[in-house]
Design a protein around this ligand. Structure first.
Ligand SMILES: Cc1cc2nc3c(=O)[nH]c(=O)nc-3n(C[C@H](O)[C@H](O)[C@H](O)COP(=O)(O)OP(=O)(O)OC[C@H]3O[C@@H](n4cnc5c(N)ncnc54)[C@H](O)[C@@H]3O)c2cc1C
Length: 429
C-alpha cells in the first residue's frame, strides 16, 4: 500500500498552498521550513501587484489556516538531510535545529527581548532597522509569534557568559528552554514537493550600480521594507538624511545580461515601486530604465498603462551606471547608437534578477534530481507538466522551479497536488 503522507519543503506561498490543498483532501503533510516562521518572501511586501492588495491581508489567513490545520505538521528550523526509497514509499531524514523557546509555553509577549545584552544586524529588515537581539522573532507580525534563540550569538549557549540568563529570568511562562537539542526525525511519505523559493542577485557583485553603505541606492527588497508600514521607517519614503526624494530612478534587469535570463517579475515589481512612490509622494519624478519591458497578460498591461498615464517615464537603456555627484546620484545610460545620457536622481532603486535559493545545489543532491543550467530545479524532460521532476513522486513548484509571480506559484501548487492525488489515490483500509 502506498504511503499517502506528503513532505513539502518550504513554507512560502507555494508550499503553504500545496499543504492546505493536500490537508483538505485528508492527507497528512509534513511541512519543512528552514526559518522559525512560515510565509516566505511575501510577508516582506506591503502590497502586491497588479491590484495592489494588502499582502498581509492575503497571506495571514493562509498562514493561520496552516498553523491551525490538524493534518499539517510544521517542522521549523529544519532541513532535509537524506531521502531514500521511491514514489509511494520514501523515507526522509529531517534535521531540526533547537529553537530554545517552547511553542507551547510562549505567548509572544516579547518580554525576553529587551533584557538580552546582544545586538545583531536585523536581516529581515535588510539591515535598515535597529539591531535585533539574540532572542527574537524574525519580524513584526511573524507567525508563529514565538521567538527563537540564535545559538551562535547567545552568550549562554555559545559559552561566553554561562551566567547570562537574562531572557529566561524575564519570562514568567517558563518558555525559554536552554536544554533544547537539535533532533533528527525520520518520516515515511509517499511524495515530496520542493517549494524552496528564490534568492536575489547580490548587487554588490556589480560595482557599476554604485550600491554602498550610506548612499541612497536601494535594492528591491530594501525598498519593499522602506515602504512597509511595519518596516524600519514605518512606511515613510525618506532619503538617508531624512529628506523627501524629488527624483527617483528605478533600474530594471540588474544582472540579466550576466545571468542570461529574464526573471519576468522584476519589470512588474518595478512598476509597483512607482505606484508606491506616487501614492506617498504624488509630485515625485520617476524614470524607469529597462532593457526589454516584460508586461505579460491583460491585468499587467492595464497596471503598466495606468502607471505610465500618471507620468512615470519609461526609457530603454542597454547599459546603466550609477555615479555619485555631490549629495545626488547620476544614472548614466546608453541606448542604441545614442551617446551616454544622464538622469539626476535623489534615490535609485535596483531591481535585481531572481536567482535559485541558497542551498539548492546541496538539496538537489539529497533529492537525487538535477538543476537546470541556471541553477533552478529542473523539470522532467519531455513532460508537459512543469511541476514533475525526472524522479517519480518528487515535484517542484513556485520559484524553486524558476522565477515567477504569486498567481503562477499558487497555480503550480495546485497542479502538483492534482498529480499527487492521482499518483497516490486514497485506498480504504
Ligand atoms: C522585490 C519583489 C517584489 C515582488 N512583488 C510581487 C508582487 O507584488 N506580486 C506578485 O505576484 N509577485 C511578486 N514577487 C514574486 C513573489 O515574491 C514570488 O512569486 C513568491 O514569493 C514565490 O513564492 P515561493 O513559495 O515559491 O517562494 P518563497 O516566497 O521564496 O518561499 C520559499 C520558502 O522556502 C523556505 N526554504 C528555502 N530553502 C529551504 C530549504 N532548503 N528547506 C526548507 N525550507 C526552505 C524559505 O525560507 C521560504 O519560507 C516579488 C518578488 C520580489 C523579489
Amino acid at each position: 500500500m502506498k504511503n499517502e503522507s506528503v513532505l513539502i519543503l518550504g513554507a512560502g506561498v507555494a508550499g503553504m498552498e500545496a499543504s492546505l490543498l493536500l490537508a483538505a483532501a485528508g492527507r497528512k503533510v509534513h511541512l519543512v521550513e528552514k526559518e522559525p516562521m512560515i510565509g516566505g518572501q511575501l510577508i516582506k511586501f506591503e502590497e502586491v501587484y497588479p491590484h495592489m492588495e494588502c499582502s498581509t491581508c492575503m497571506v495571514a489567513p493562509q498562514q493561520q489556516a496552516v498553523l491551525q490545520n490538524g493534518n499539517i505538521e510544521i517542522h521549523y528550523l529544519s532541513a532535509l538531510e537524506k531521502l531514500e526509497g521511491s514514489a509511494g514509499a520514501f523515507k526522509a531524514s529531517v534535521k531540526k535545529k533547537a529553537r530554545y523557546v517552547s511553542l507551547a509555553n510562549c505567548i509572544g509577549c516579547g518580554a525576553c527581548y529587551d533584557p538580552c545584552p546582544v545586538s545583531l544586524e536585523n536581516e529581515f529588515e535588510e539591515g535598515l532597522a535597529a539591531a535585533r537581539k539574540a532572542i527574537a522573532v524574525p519580524c513584526a507580525g511573524a507567525l508563529p509569534n514565538v521567538p527563537a534563540i540564535d545559538p551562535r550569538h547567545c552568550l549562554f549557549l555559545n559559552g561566553k557568559d554561562t551566567q547570562c540568563r537574562a531572557c529566561k529570568d524575564a519570562c514568567v511562562f517558563d518558555a525559554v528552554q536552554f536544554e533544547d537539542k537539535d533532533e533528527t526525525a525520520v518520516l515515511d511519505v509517499g511524495a515530496v514537493v520542493v517549494a524552496t523559493g528564490f534568492g536575489l542577485l547580490d548587487v554588490k557583485q556589480n560595482p557599476q550600480y554604485g550600491y554602498g553603505e550610506g548612499k541612497n541606492v536601494y535594492t528591491a527588497l530594501e525598498f519593499e521594507r522602506l515602504f512597509a508600514s511595519n518596516g524600519p521607517t514605518g512606511g515613510n519614503l525618506t532619503l538617508r538624511n531624512g529628506q523627501t526624494p524629488k527624483t527617483v530612478g528605478i533600474v530594471h534587469c540588474v544582472g540579466r545580461s550576466e545571468l542570461g535570463y529574464c526573471s519576468g517579475v522584476c519589470c512588474m515589481y518595478s512598476v509597483k515601486f512607482s505606484r508606491f512612490l506616487k501614492h506617498k509622494l504624488p509630485d515625485v519624478r520617476i524614470r524607469e530604465f529597462h532593457t526589454d519591458l516584460c508586461v505579460p497578460g491583460k491585468a499587467y498591461q492595464k497596471f503598466f498603462e495606468k502607471t505610465r498615464s500618471e507620468g512615470v517615464e519609461f526609457v530603454r537603456a542597454e547599459t546603466v551606471k550609477i555615479a555619485s555627484k555631490e549629495s545626488r546620484l547620476q544614472v548614466l545610460y546608453q541606448n542604441g547608437g545614442r551617446g551616454e545620457e544622464v538622469f539626476e536622481a535623489d534615490m535609485v532603486i535596483l531591481s535585481p534578477a531572481m536567482i535559485p535559493a541558497a542551498g539548492a545545489k546541496e538539496l538537489a543532491e539529497v533529492l537525487g534530481i538535477k538543476l537546470d543550467a541556471k541553477g533552478f530545479f529542473a523539470g522532467r524532460p519531455g513532460s508537459l507538466s512543469p511541476v514533475e521532476t525526472p524522479v517519480e513522486g518528487i515535484f517542484v513548484i513556485g520559484c524553486a522551479e524558476g522565477p515567477k509571480d504569486i498567481p503562477e506559484s499558487v497555480a503550480q501548487a495546485a497542479a502538483a497536488v492534482g498529480k499527487i492525488l492521482s499518483l497516490i489515490p486514497h485506498e480504504a483500509n
